[in-house]
Design a binder for this molecule. Sequence first.
Ligand code: URA
Length: 246
Amino acid sequence: MGVSVDKALVDALLKTAPTPERDEPTRDAAAVIPLRKASRTVSDWANVARNEARGAQTLEALAAAIRAFDGSALKATCEQAVVCDGVLGASLMVIGEGPGAEEDRRGLPFVGRAGQLLDKMLAAIGRSRAENVFITNVNYWRPGGNRNPEPDELAVCRPFVDRMIELAQPKLIIAAGGVPAVSLLASKDGIMKLRGNEYAYSTPDGFKVPIIPILHPAYLLRRPQDKSRAWRDLMLIEKRLAELEG
Ligand code: URA
């Protein structure tokens, strides 16, 4: 037996059906996402991040936007967002891969064993996070099991990373390790090829800055025989910073 449909009733319902609600206020067209929260894609979340990042005029506002952001699944399994440390406005900015266990616990980047080695490497060229280095990561939430962040996890953080670079206005960026180097430079090459070379980086909003990738300090702890390579890269960084600082 067929089902009889009251066409007039269907027409009336369609006419009055509410338009989909937006989940949150938006600042520009790029962030208008007529989807329910749970069905947002990575690119939807990257748009939300871009909108939030562009709206942040200070580091404090940007850090608050990162902490409030719900677009990374990693947020559910870690202690807290790890945003940055050091001196905003310093000539040198270090961008690492993301928090490990100690960073997750303390809420600061590079404070575990690898971080202690990074501090020594920076000290060798007269720099420290207390005085003249700004430090952040390409991912703000610790991946469980200390795995590398996935491309999607990096993609949703990227607008925040770019905005942080614009607010920090560094003269030179060190990409510490393969994950930040390959992701920032969108490179097909690995860290062994990229390290010790200078590359031009531009944020989508046009801030330009050179990047020099180096071996990650955690890798150097595992392979101390490669420290001479890291040393050569640090010498290059010291020389380039002196030129860029004039
Ligand atoms: N390794 C990183 O790349 N970043 C941190 O913050 C800590 C360890």
